[in-house]
Design a protein around this ligand. Sequence first.
Ligand SMILES: [Zn+2]
Length: 248
Amino acid sequence: MKEQLALLRELQRIDLDLDRLNEEKGGLQERLDEHKTVLSKLTTELDAQKAELDEVRTLERSKKRDMGETKDTLTERKKRLLNVASTKEYNAVEKEIEVLQKSSENLEEELLKLSEAIETTEVSIQTKSAMTAELAKSISSEEAAASDDLQRLDDEIDRLNKRTDEARGEVSKRVLYKYDFIRSRRPGLAIVASRDGHCEGCFMSLPPQLFIQVQRGETLETCPSCQRIMFFWEHGAGEEGPELRETA
Ligand SMILES: [Zn+2]
């Protein structure tokens, strides 16, 4: 069993390295994805504003046409006013002119508002376009920089995955099952040192009989408190120190 525990510790070292690398890779990817989400949101907003601008411009064109027609009619009616045959007709044309004038004023006001809206939207589109372009540029340079890091991480992960496979091949199925089970329930350490009568994983004191069993190293023993597999670590035995306690 001692040999199995030593193999397991070796496996755990590799797995912990893998955890760290995968986490690093995930963080890198996450940052890139976050920036891409912001970019896609900006692009969507920009497209919506451009569509809005098109609509307002169409409306403005149609109002301008109305304005032209109203002014033409107004000029025509004003001419007619000079050539009316009766007071009744005069009054009718005068009334018409009044209505046309009012609608021309209204159109003027609407056109002013539309041109203000167009100007505001144009400025906003310009600002957003600049922001979008800048962000896209920074994302692509970020991606270029990250691609080296990602490649390095992937290579390292591949290498460690191969080593994990090798190490797993040497550990017995029963011990592996236990190890995998513990790691599936809580990431990090699955095998910890036991010394001075306590578990280095959770610092609980172990029942003396259990500690003796761990010291003998003939059986697979787990901590009654944190359930981790334990190995015996002797002071000054020249052995590499116990695995670090879980710090994450
Ligand atoms: Zn424990």
